[in-house]
Design a protein around this ligand. Structure first.
Ligand code: NBG
Length: 808
């Protein structure tokens, strides 16, 4: 462990001088925010010193560098995490106490950078953590959005979006690198000139903006490696302030140029899947790709000169989903137009350098752009795409059976559109899915034609999570217990969690597992009281579904279950219900009506149930607003049931399933995404699986024999009743009924098979919650889940990427 402070005394001395020099006040007169900022500045400066050492080590060893291109990095708060990774958290906490401060209080001042939507962005952040832990020279490349994803507020049960001004107090971790800014051109037209018998192309008449990088340190556990995350901000190239307009009183016009440039990095598009096609989004994608590549190539050039054939040996560029798909054509553009390589050589280098991860099979999320928009905004990049496409089509093997259909499926340009997924596959030497089932589905269905052509490109990399953030940091009570039992080696090597199996028969240890869970439930209950004004009972079962709202994730199925239990309890007060708090949290894309209506339904059901004394002994429903990394860290440790109930075949992986498992929750789920690996690792007897499997879903859909109205008519007392309650006055008092959900469900013929899985889901829930009364066995299963979860550390995932894709 490379601790940044030798002793408490050394820390105090440095810290006091940091506080006074930053605030200009004696320590006693400083506010908590002064103290927080000074603490971050101190830790960040230490981190940068280690970063300099890391950089020297990487350079001297000629280590391969890995660049992870992602339009989202949901990094969460860093202070606590970095103190832990540097091994000084306890030391700093004690020193602050002695100074009359409190670490936890100060940490509350850190903003939670909402630079991501959900799983995809958080995965990128976990990967940064693990790359640094593994000593990989791995760097994030992304966007610095001025405003994060919106802040979610609930009014009359409905989601309202307000601005997330995460930079309002500045962001003490980042360093602006004006000296590394890159000029990015949009629009214009391509001009070719002959030079030494060869056509050379450049673009004239472009509208330029300046991409300015901000660097954020990434501290690896152990403190020996500090990498960096570079995020780009869009600004005007030079201050083109229109003084004439200003003097004439037209202030808007005076600033118009600046505003237009800054718009590119103003907001993160609030879709985790679906709804693309906006020009600004395309600009974002090109900006962080082109600026990022420019800095990657600068570094390469400074180390290896202009021998571009060495690029794949020293550089790996990983594209996280299709958003950075322009890495391929942009790298080609630079190699050909600026470095004057021949096409074939440039192509060989490009495809050996780039790799691609697919994160969803949802067709609406596989990005496509109209050629007309694309070619106007990025004429030279488009020409290159066109040439890649022309060569791909020309070289296509026309002797194979059904080649026409196969070409149609794999083509880059088709029907007037640029298909980014196909571009990504064609420009990459590796294509992976994010859980076993997901990769199987890519190979068998979504990308089956590519798989038939180039099976060697395909591989699976089941997702992982940072066990340090989501167990050690988020759940200190449980983490202490674990360390007491098996030592602290698990922080470094999560597979050591398996040693906990030895305690599964130890009654007093299981007792303490239960106590740790209870402490976390009390902590969450206090948060819920503060945030929602709702009292929840830490003795009840905490049943948790937290994730983005999406039809396929089936929060609707969950709330149908709650409605059904409520109805049955009212009808029969002897109906046994294990006292449960149903906890939901998550945002819906602002334009996604069905998802937003589901949120409103949950809150409306909550409003009725929470105010009904007839059932309050046994049920409460709680929607925690504004789900984000910081409150997720309070929720996961308190959960006992992990709801992972997507329609089988739809969830690529899921990662909250892993975080919840690691924290000792039992999965109530379908055989989907990484739930399958969870069951394989922990044993089906330690989870609760229900519902159709992916092949059964396929079969049912193919049979054409699924009818929503039949399901409704066949179960009038329960399912039928729940459906009726969408449009009667049972839950409409708060802000109206739910006709649109009713229509979506019945007219859409239960597309996500909510009605189909309803009966088996509720039965599974009843069985699972009834087994809660055997506390000892429940705690044993909880512990077993933690003990089996080490494989889900993103350290493992990253080692697989390193060995099988990046060769770093
Ligand atoms: C999401 C999937 C999740 C998966 C994460 C991370 C997108 C496009 N995909 O199932 O829906 O866990 O990616 O791989 O956000």
């Amino acid at each position: 462990m490379n601790a940044i402070f030798e002793s408490k005394e050394e820390f105090k001395e440095l810290y006091l001088s940091s506080v006074t020099s930053l605030s200009g006040k004696p320590f006693e007169n400083t506010s908590d925010i002064d103290r927080f900022q000074a603490l971050v500045k101190l830790v960040a400066s230490k981190a940068r010193a280690v970063q300099t050492d890391t950089e020297k080590r990487v350079h001297d060893a000629g280590q391969k560098r890995v660049y992870y291109f992602s339009i989202e990095f949901l990094i969460g708060r860093l202070l606590d995490n970095y103190l832990l990774n540097f091994g000084v958290r306890d030391l700093v906490a004690e020193a602050l106490e002695e100074l009359g401060s409190n670490l936890e209080t100060l940490e509350e001042y850190e903003s939670d950078p909402a630079l991501g939507n959900g799983g995809l962005g958080r995965l990128a952040a976990c990967f940064l953590d693990s790359m640094a832990h593994e000593g990989i020279a791995g760097y994030g490349n992304g966007m610095r959005y001025r405003y994060g994803l919106f802040k979610q507020e609930i009014e009359n049960g409905a989601q309202h979006e307000t601005t997330d001004d995460w930079l309002v107090h500045g962001y003490p971790w980042e360093v602006r690198r004006q000296d590394k800014a890159v000029r990015i051109g949009f629009g214009g037209h391509v001009v070719g000139v002959e030079e030494n018998g060869r056509m050379v192309y450049h673009t004239e008449g472009t509208d330029d903006v300046l991409a300015v990088p901000y660097d954020i340190p990434v501290v690896g556990f152990g403190g020996n490696t500090v990498n960096k995350l570079r995020v780009w901000s869009a600004e005007p190239v030079e201050e083109e302030f229109d003084l004439d307009a200003f003097n004439a009183g037209d202030y808007a016009k005076a600033q118009a140029h600046r505003a237009e440039a800054e718009a590119i990095s103003a907001i993160l598009y609030p879709n985790d899947a679906g709804e693309h096609g906006r020009l600004l989004r395309l600009k974002q994608e090109y900006l962080f790709v082109a600026a990022g590549l420019s800095s990657v190539l600068d570094t390469f050039r400074s180390e290896h000169g202009n021998d571009w054939r060495l690029l794949p040996e020293y550089v790996a560029i990983h594209t996280n989903d299709t958003h950075p798909a322009m890495c391929g054509p942009e790298l080609m553009r630079v190699l050909i137009d600026e470095e004057h390589l021949e096409w074939d050589e440039a192509w060989d280098i490009t495809t050996k350098t780039i790799s691609y991860t697919n994160h969803t099979i949802l067709p609406e999320a596989l990005e496509k752009w109209p050629i007309s928009t694309f070619s106007k905004l990025l004429p030279r990049v488009y020409q290159i795409i066109d040439e890649i496409s022309r060569r791909y089509n020309a070289a296509f093997d026309r002797t194979q059976d059904g080649w026409q259909e196969r070409l149609r499926q794999t083509a880059i340009l088709w029907d007037g559109e640029v298909r980014m997924a196909n571009l990504s596959v064609i420009c990459s030497h590796s294509v992976n899915g994010v859980a076993k089932l997901h990769t199987d589905i890519l190979e068998r269905e979504t990308l089956k034609d590519f798989y038939a052509l180039t099976p060697q490109k395909f591989n699976n990399k089941t997702n992982g999570i940072s066990h340090r953030r989501f167990l050690a940091e988020a759940n200190p009570t449980y983490a202490r217990l674990i360390t007491e039992a098996i030592g602290e080696g698990w922080l470094d090597d999560a597979s050591e969690l398996a040693k906990l199996e030895a305690f599964e028969g130890d009654a007093s240890f299981l007792e303490r597992v239960g106590e740790a869970k209870r402490a976390n439930k009390v902590r969450l209950a206090a948060y819920v009281q503060r945030e929602c004004g709702l009292t929840i009972d830490p003795n009840s079962i905490f049943d948790v579904q937290v994730k983005r709202f999406h039809a396929y994730k089936r929060q609707l199925l969950n709330i149908f279950k709650v409605m059904d239990i409520y109805n049955r309890r009212l009808a029969d007060p002897n109906f046994r219900v294990a006292p449960t708090t149903f906890i939901f949290s998550g945002k819906a894309a602002s334009s996604y009506t069905f998802a937003k209506e589901t949120i409103r339904l949950i809150n409306s059901v909550a409003d009725v149930i929470n105010n009904d004394p007839r059932v309050n002994e046994v049920m409460k429903v709680c929607f925690i607003p504004n789900f984000r990394v910081s409150n997720a860290q309070l929720i996961y440790p308190a959960a006992e049931i992990s709801e992972q109930i997507s329609t089988a075949g739809m969830e690529a992986s899921g990662t909250s399933n892993m975080k919840l498992m690691m924290n000792g929750a039992i999965t109530l789920g379908t055989m989907d995404g990484a739930n399958i690996e969870i069951v394989n690792l922990a044993g089906a007897e330690n989870e609760k699986i229900f519902g159709l499997t992916a092949p059964e879903v396929d079969e049912l859909r193919a049979s054409g024999m699924h009818f929503a109205w039949d399901m409704y008519n066949n179960d009038p007392a329960r399912l039928g009743r729940v459906i009726d309650e969408l449009t009667d006055d049972t839950f409409s008092a708060l802000s109206g009924d739910f006709e649109s959900i009713f229509n979506e469900l019945m007219n859409g013929n239960d597309h996500d098979l909510v009605m189909k899985d309803f009966a088996s889901y509720v039965a599974a829930w009843e069985e699972l919650t009834q087994s809660y009364s055997d506390h000892m066995d429940w705690n044993r299963r909880a512990l077993h889940n933690t003990a089996s979860s080490g494989w889900f550390s993103s350290d493992r995932t990253i080692r697989e990427y390193r060995d099988e894709i990046w060769g770093a």
